[in-house]
Design a protein around this ligand. Structure first.
Ligand code: C2E
Ligand code: MG
Ligand code: MG
Length: 679
């Protein structure tokens, strides 16, 4: 007793005074079962009766109280003890098999734990060794494994409360835990588990469960068994916490299925879902394809950052407007698709799509930029088990294309007539590919005449397609297809090469005339054009300032500095730059003074309406003079027009009044015979 009193002084090993503890413990000194009080906070025994000292192989109580139990304590045991502190504070009493290591020797004992109030308001553990048996080493080891493992092991009475929990399970278990069912965040997970256990005796699943640490994901296996103590029906559950793993996997899956910019699903996920839809109960589905009208212009005028903002805003509008069962995917660029899994009522779905079109059209404001974006839509209906993804997407795309051709900002529903037109277009495209391979293109040339001298000063190269069955096809019938299908690059390259070869030839034979070559907008945007221009300019026979590239005004929209840089680089190679069909496009006039423009070709529509269109033509002539460009009137057909233009000091003319476009030999013949400009 005297020794125990010494422990009351705060100076002794830094321990707190235990007066009241000892007072309450008095009863234990006369008992035969080992009883001791363990202080979780200091990891020391505060008091112990004699049998407890014997159990712990301690000489007496004072010796046991000076032992530091925290020194070799594993973190699992430490955590478990913290949990006990909470448990006993709430009045719980529980039994557990423990293996004690007095002086390193293992002893298994069943310990009854209960709370023992300390004078600081916290609780120590009152421990009562209730059953002490000498165990076989393997029993001790398996018991130890059960105690120390991180795997949560619990036994539940079938449809009843918990019968046993190992420390890891107890640690994770919420205090409100009553039975297995109450663990599950989703009741149907429990129902599935029981259903499967009844069917095959055991079941494994990953489920969200309520734990002492909040909602976690557990990978659990549950088996039907009998409780060894009572023989009653029970369920043995082993569980691992897989929350981190699941989160990582979910994130990876999210990344694999989603478009990074907008968070919409991606193409491969859409494809997968369309395939899966064939197993759904719905017989008809709908696929809506839409893209943003003139999206390139948004990017060019306001930059890619603004383009991204528009994509994200429209994606989020579309996402908010559709039902949870519908799926929004971004295919890439400005192309989006919505899969409607229930489209039995076609008219109703058309109304939904129409409403979405209007919803997406709302103005969009970012910083000082205000945009009125519009979209074009194509809708098609399909039967999941019959149609394949590529065919469905093509139908929706054909309908979308029809919306574009009809003037954009509208919805078109696919029908067979549209399909037939698209097939014809595809046929032209494949014919064109063959034409490129076999070089079925020829150039006709139309002379440009100088008003002052009446001389032919240059020839414009105009491409024709020598079709094996259709005869000579004019550019307006195939150039737009080339533009759309990306074939303009190879066709443009063929024209450029042929045009340059001709002009080199002419100059070799002493003919001092230039050539004009039309460059389409997509061709101009293609970096390969610059490569070709550099290559041709490197030719020893390349006649500097005799090759003019005709660009239409719509090429001249976009980033002014970038455009000016590109045009200057082209001019520095020795090419001239002409603006074709001037006056009908959208070019910003203030831009033009920044660009190296050598020639302005006044569009035929103005020449056609002379003299009524006189004021506009005069305006164009003045502008050209201001920027130091020469002027060419296109489509001059009458003497009245020619005379008006000559009077107004237009530099050159091109038109049927002088020459029709013709094969090179015919034009050269004219020139050789000294044909006058008015021939
Ligand atoms: P463009 O560059 O404005 O060419 C002038 C067009 O006007 C030519 O039509 C020519 O035949 C026609 N034309 C010339 N004078 C008159 C006239 O007095 N009256 C009328 N009614 N028409 C006249 P074409 O050859 O059918 O070419 C049409 C357009 O196709 C060209 O317009 C040009 O934009 C494009 N194009 C022609 N060749 C090429 C090419 O090699 N590459 C590209 N990208 N486009 C080309
Ligand atoms: Mg032209
Ligand atoms: Mg023109």
């Amino acid at each position: 007793m005297a020794k125990l009193d010494q422990l009351q002084t705060p100076s002794h090993n830094g321990l707190e005074p235990i007066g009241p503890v000892r007072h309450y413990f008095e009863f234990a000194y006369s008992l035969q079962t080992p009883i001791w009080v363990f202080d979780i906070d200091s990891c020391r025994v505060l008091c112990a009766n004699k049998p407890a000292c014997t159990l712990w192989r301690a000489e007496d109580e004072a010796a046991l109280c000076t032992r530091d139990f925290g020194r070799d304590m594993s973190s699992t045991v430490r955590e478990r003890l913290q949990q006990y502190q909470t448990d006993v504070a709430s009045g719980s009493t529980f039994k557990e098999m423990w293996t004690l290591y007095p002086n390193g020797e293992p002893h298994s004992i069943e310990v009854l734990f209960s709370g023992f109030p300390k004078n600081d308001g916290r609780f120590a553990l009152l421990c009562e060794g209730t059953h002490h048996k000498e165990d076989l080493p393997e029993n001790i080891r398996s018991l130890e494994a059960l105690l120390h493992t991180d795997v949560m092991i619990s036994l539940f009475r079938r449809n009843g409360p918990v019968l046993y929990m190992n420390p890891a399970a107890r640690n994770a278990s919420p205090t409100s835990q009553t039975g297995l069912a109450s663990q599950f965040a989703e009741p149907q997970d429990y129902d599935t588990l029981i259903f499967e256990i009844d069917r095959k005796g055991e079941h494994s699943m990953v489920a969200e469960v309520d734990t002492a640490h909040g909602r976690r994901w557990h990978n659990l296996t549950a088996k039907a068994c009998l409780d060894a103590a009572t023989g009653g029906a029970a369920i043995l559950v082993t569980a691992n916490d897989v929350t981190e793993l699941k989160n990582a996997r979910d994130k990876a899956r999210f990344l694999a299925n989603r478009d990074q910019l907008t968070g919409c699903f991606n193409r491969s996920y859409l494809q997968h879902t369309v395939r899966e839809a064939s197993r759904s109960k719905h017989k008809k589905c709908g696929l809506l394809f839409f893209d943003i009208d003139r999206f390139k212009q948004i990017n060019d005028r306001h930059g890619h950052e603004m383009g991204d903002i528009v994509l994200k805003a429209l994606a989020s509008r579309a996402c908010a407007a559709i039902k949870k069962t519908d799926l929004l995917a971004r295919l890439g660029g400005d192309e989006f698709v919505i899969l409607f899994e229930n489209a039995e009522d076609k008219k109703q779905l058309e109304r939904v799509a129409q409403r979405l079109l209007e919803n997406l059209r709302r103005p969009l404001v970012h910083k000082s930029v205000k945009l009125n974006p519009t979209v074009s839509m194509g809708l098609t209906f399909f039967t999941p088990e019959r149609d394949n993804f590529t065919a469905i997407l093509r139908q929706a795309d054909i309908a979308l294309y029809a919306s574009k051709s009809e003037g954009r900002d509208r919805l078109t529903v696919y029908n067979e007539a549209l399909g037939a037109t698209a097939d014809a277009r595809d046929q032209i495209e494949s014919d064109l590919k063959r034409a490129i391979e076999r070089e079925e293109f020829v150039l006709h040339f139309q002379p440009r005449v100088d008003f002052a001298s009446g001389e032919i000063v240059s020839l414009e190269a105009l491409v024709r397609w020598k079709h094996p069955t259709r005869g000579l096809v004019m550019p307006s019938d195939f150039i737009p297809f080339c533009e759309e299908s990306g074939l303009i690059e190879p066709v443009g390259h063929l024209v450029l090469r042929a045009g340059l070869n001709h002009v080199i030839e002419w100059h070799k034979s002493g003919l001092d005339i230039g050539v004009s070559i039309n460059i389409s907008p997509t061709q101009f945007d293609d970096p390969k054009l610059m490569e070709s221009l550099v290559e041709f300019a490197g030719d020893p026979g390349f006649p500097e300032n005799q090759v003019e590239l005709e660009l239409t005004e719509n090429v001249l929209v976009g980033d002014r500095t970038v455009l000016a840089g590109r045009l200057r680089a082209i001019a520095e190679l020795g090419y001239r730059i002409a603006i074709d069909d001037f006056g009908v496009g959208y070019s910003n006039l203030s831009y033009i003074s920044d660009f190296p423009v050598h020639c302005i070709k006044i569009d035929r529509s103005f020449v056609d309406r002379l003299p009524e269109s006189g004021p506009v033509v005069r305006l164009i002539l003045t502008l050209a003079r201001q920027i130091g460009a020469m002027t060419v009137a296109e489509g001059v057909e009458t003497d009245v027009q020619a005379e008006w233009l000559r009077q107004a000091s237009c530099d050159q003319a091109q038109g049927f009044l002088f020459f029709h476009p013709a094969p090179v030999e015919r034009v050269l013949e004219h020139i050789a015979h000294g044909a006058s400009a008015t021939a």
